[in-house]
Design a protein around this ligand. Sequence first.
Ligand SMILES: NC(=O)c1ccc[n+]([C@@H]2O[C@H](COP(=O)([O-])OP(=O)(O)OC[C@H]3O[C@@H](n4cnc5c(N)ncnc54)[C@H](OP(=O)(O)O)[C@@H]3O)[C@@H](O)[C@H]2O)c1
Length: 369
Amino acid sequence: MAVIAGKTLTAVEDCEFRRYNLLHTILYTLRPFMINVAILGATGYTALELLKILLRHPEVTVTAVTSRQEGNPPVSSVHPSLVERIDLPLEDLAPQEVASRAECVFSCLPHCASAAIVSEVLAAGAKVIDFSADYRLDDAQSYLEWYGHEHPDAGRLGSTAYGLPELFRQQILGSSLVANPGCYATSAILPLAPLIKSGLFQTEDIIIDSKSGVSGAGRSPKLMTHFPECNESMSAYNVGRHRHTPEIEHIIGRLTGVKLQIIFTPHLAPMDRGILSTIYIKPKQSIGESDVMDLLRAAYKDERFVRVVDHLPATKDTVDTNFCDITARVVRGRVLLISSLDNLVKGAAGAAVQNFNCLFGLPEALSLR
Ligand SMILES: NC(=O)c1ccc[n+]([C@@H]2O[C@H](COP(=O)([O-])OP(=O)(O)OC[C@H]3O[C@@H](n4cnc5c(N)ncnc54)[C@H](OP(=O)(O)O)[C@@H]3O)[C@@H](O)[C@H]2O)c1
């Protein structure tokens, strides 16, 4: 029997694991020489990060980049760091045209706009990795409640693979649509999942306190992210109503069958990028720091991009990398989990490429530093 993350698999799990490995090998062997990909919403921050990673990907050709801008300017005119690295015009393409040029489409569009286009791209036969929140929740009612409008493609909710390979690798491998996780959600779900799975912790009264760099709000100018408003200043926002709250609860529920109740408070921090999350959770019975660290280490010991560290993580340790760093402390009987990641990489584009590699049976770390 195989041993994964310190646990010997049962006969059924072992059989599934072998089937997964076989499918992975077949996909990798049969893959076409280069995989054509397209990017929707290519003028945004996550798309720039994605382009930078894809341009060093040895198995990928970028064949289309879309925008609503008129006149088909080169993508490098919007992202000057791409000058002499990519020679593609921004085009306002119909979903069918995008699908005809690419086997895989990355949607870097805002929620709602994304699902409306993604549903047509899928119907035209391409695979999709969606950066928006449109396919992350389990049901249309929750989407309506938290996003304030009807879901444009409600039929796919609840059955879409959630793009955290560390926790949902097998579902991603066989799918045509991957819901790339929210950046705050990744910083909370990765540390919380092993603890909730262990059954040793209370599932109510979990407090998640997160700080994010300003690029988390996207490129469109807003008062809150205007330089004089956010520079040299920190503020909480969307208290009690941030949309990653149901995402964290739904995804942990999907993974463990446990209904969580969290209080999630995001803060805007005066930095370009990075997320630091501190999570407070109560054990059912007293637990030592080393036991919590052992739970985390056992869960992620085979994972390339999750580092369980002894020191207190800082955002600068993970900036421009696909790592999520996690540690644990016990203070007055309560467990504190602290995580750091780059919202534009492990929180968006890096995770998307990790998912892409997984979808196409490529080595998962390909082109990810
Ligand atoms: N920023 C992050 O850290 C982060 C992390 C994880 C996930 N996400 C998610 O990833 C997606 C992209 O985020 P981002 O930060 O890159 O956003 P962004 O910088 O605001 O870029 C979004 C792009 O989508 C296009 N767009 C905007 N509204 C549109 C509409 N109604 N129809 C079609 N195209 C539209 C815009 O291109 P044109 O105006 O040129 O057409 C824009 O360049 C969002 O869903 C976001 O929630 C972001």
